[in-house]
Design a protein. Structure first.
Length: 79
């Protein structure tokens, strides 16, 4: 699909077995400038995050429960 990297929040004791490392290794923080072991990253294309130093990660609004509560409840009703 052409993606160069994956960044997400996950279990730091689990995901390194798949090649994920702390995003801090690439100089990337969360949107508040913080970093912690659960903020993980993996390059899919070698060197893709080389120029990401001092970058900040912002999650999509799709993950904002307050903005999407109704649509999530509607979706869940289909199961």
């Amino acid at each position: 699909m052409g993606f160069g990297a994956i960044l997400f929040f996950g279990r730091p004791e689990y995901y390194p077995q798949f090649g994920f490392v702390e995003a801090a290794q690439f100089g990337i923080t969360d949107c508040n400038g913080a970093n912690y072991p659960a903020f993980m990253a993996m390059e899919l294309q070698p060197g893709y995050l080389t120029n990401a130093r001092s970058g900040k990660y912002y999650e999509s609004d799709i993950y904002d429960d307050e903005k999407n509560r109704e649509s999530v409840m509607e979706f869940d009703m289909n199961f």
